[in-house]
Design a binder for this molecule. Structure first.
Ligand SMILES: Cc1cc2nc3c(=O)[nH]c(=O)nc-3n(C[C@H](O)[C@H](O)[C@H](O)COP(=O)(O)OP(=O)(O)OC[C@H]3O[C@@H](n4cnc5c(N)ncnc54)[C@H](O)[C@@H]3O)c2cc1C
Length: 514
């Protein structure tokens, strides 16, 4: 006798999104989370007395339809668009902002190169068009690469669409802009949340989606507020959420999932099991060996995770005081997402180190100051920073993360100090999470923040595997709903939304839920 209609393992924001849609359709749904709080990589935690931080992710890009369908605003979510979106300080002491408005971006670029400013409207117009075309496809099982290319056939964008899908962001940016600073500032959007370098094919797709949409938001209360609102939406629709409930294995009988077994041995039974864990963990760790055929298991084992993010959470006295735009009263340089990646070569060199298992001496940094938006996150005068120091590889050529974390943090703080002198002596508290720590804390393989790397051969109809990009798995009744499925990582909710719709379709459920 089943306990629920659906059991979801993992209360990441995608597990919660999937659960909320299924509960909205009237199904009895239970979400099981191994940690003490829901949210996965979208959590706010009080790390030090009175100081709350977005412990992992920090700027959600939730899809509007999901916010509306699940009534997240009514459930407490307050999102503010980040504008300026990015702030890029340079070693020369100059800086560049990108804004939501094209005109304001163009003016910024003109300070670096009139030629680049002139090229910007066409470039931006196309990226917007591309992102708008692709956006609806994010909320359905993925198209083939060929079909996506065919969308632009016969339009004025045909050639650029091919460039976007088949080249690297370095190629695209070098072809469009002459200023190294402009190239570097934009390139950070092409490598965000990936372990690829700007020279890797596929990064122009990521760049196009990020710059085309410009969807960075601040969630009041930190990123955990997204998960809290999703959990509330799920709960009001009758969903059951259990925390401190680690799933040890998925129970399968005659190739049909029948429920899950928790680490204390109890079972929760349901004819539909959904995994919010990453594909490697789901297929290689949570199913009994022999459940899947050898070929499938081999393909899963070869999927590339390759985490390279070192997350640093800082509490400091006062905000960063940038050499490129000094000032300790909160200004746009503190509210924007700061990118330290001053040129394509700088970013690529750091990637090259990671590629060979070495720590980058000068990691590119992506920084967000929560308290520049929300003074309630820390006592007066204290500011919190979320920092990702990129290209710190999970797999090290020599040494291990226990011994090398201090060095990796030192490298990141040295870079920060050179852009914002005096930061070091104002640090009050710090937590550093290596890719290994992220694997242990949040539970994703190799600490990859998007569950699988977002290389072109693992995106669209290839995610997670060709032939299995529709959330179903070779085990009947077992589905995936996390970032390792289309359209990938980020706090968007799209994989959870899509998985719920496929499950309802398979159940022949009469109640369409939006
Ligand atoms: C440091 C960092 C910074 C990031 N910054 C951003 C950002 O600013 N903006 C952005 O859009 N994205 C960002 N990302 C990426 C984004 O947060 C993730 O891609 C996204 O949150 C993944 O969501 P998910 O629900 O698919 O999976 P997860 O968040 O990984 O959730 C999976 C859940 O499953 C649970 N689980 C796993 N195994 C089991 C089990 N056996 N039993 C029970 N529960 C289990 C885990 O505990 C976890 O709660 C960042 C990620 C990290 C780590």
């Amino acid at each position: 006798m089943a306990d629920f209609d659906v059991v979801i393992l993992g209360a990441g924001h995608n597990g919660l999104t999937c659960g909320a849609y299924l509960a909205k359709a009237g199904l009895r749904v239970c979400v099981l989370e191994r940690r003490a709080l829901p949210g996965g990589a979208a959590v706010t935690e009080e790390l030090w007395p009175g100081i709350r931080v977005s412990r992992a992710s920090y700027v959600p890009g939730l899809i509007d339809k999901i916010v509306t369908d699940l009534e997240l605003v009514r459930h407490g979510l307050e999102l503010h668009p980040v504008d300026p979106q990015n702030f890029a300080p340079f070693p020369s002491g100059r800086h560049l902002f990108t804004f939501l408005s094209d005109e304001r971006c163009q003016k910024e670029l003109a300070r670096f190169s009139p030629k680049d400013a002139a090229a910007f409207p066409k470039f931006s117009g196309f990226l917007r068009q591309f992102a708008e075309t692709v956006e609806p496809l994010l909320l359905s099982p993925p198209p083939e690469l060929n079909d996506l290319l065919a969308y632009f056939d016969g339009t004025q964008f045909e050639e650029v669409a091919r460039q976007i899908l088949l080249t690297s962001c370095a190629d695209l940016l070098r072809e469009t802009f002459e200023s190294e600073e402009v190239q570097g500032a934009f390139a950070m959007n092409g490598v965000l949340n990936t372990s690829m370098g700007p020279d890797t094919i596929g990064t122009s797709y990521i760049l196009a989606m990020a710059l085309g949409k410009r969807g960075y938001h601040y969630a009041v209360g930190g990123t955990g507020a997204v998960s809290q609102a999703l959990a509330a939406s799920f709960g009001t629709r009758g969903g059951t959420l259990r925390t401190n409930a680690a799933v040890r294995r998925i129970v399968v009988s005659k190739n049909h999932a029948t429920g899950v077994e928790l680490s204390d041995g109890t079972q929760v039974l349901a004819p539909v099991v959904v995994s919010n864990a990453d594909p490697k963990r789901t297929f290689l760790d949570l199913l009994e060996p022999g459940t899947l055929d050898g070929d499938f298991t081999h393909r899963v084992s070869k999927l590339r995770a390759f985490g390279t993010s070192l997350k640093i959470n800082l509490a400091m006295q006062g905000p960063l005081d940038f050499r490129a735009l000094p000032g300790q009263t909160i200004g746009p340089q503190h509210q924007a997402l700061t990118d330290v990646g001053p040129s394509l070569d700088y970013i690529q060199q750091a990637y090259d180190a990671a590629r060979w298992g070495r720590l980058p001496e000068q990691p590119p940094l992506n920084i967000f100051c929560q308290t520049a938006w929300d003074a309630t996150m820390a006592p007066k005068g204290v500011h919190t920073l979320s920092i990702i120091a990129k290209y710190n590889p999970y797999v090290l050529a020599s040494g291990n993360w226990v011994d090398l974390k201090e060095k990796a943090v030192e490298n990141a703080l040295n870079v920060l100090e050179s852009y914002a002198p005096g930061t070091g002596r104002r640090i009050l508290q710090m937590e550093a999470l290596s890719p290994l720590d992220l694997e242990n804390l949040i539970g994703f393989t190799e600490g990859n923040v998007t569950h699988l790397d977002q290389s072109l051969n693992q995106m669209l109809s290839f995610r997670p595997l060709l032939g299995w990009a529709h959330y179903r798995t070779p085990v009947d009744g077992l589905y995936l709903c996390g970032a390792g499925t289309h359209p990938g990582g980020g706090v968007k909710g799209a994989p959870g939304h899509n998985a719920a719709h496929v499950i309802l379709e398979d159940l022949g459920h009469p109640n369409p839920v939006g």
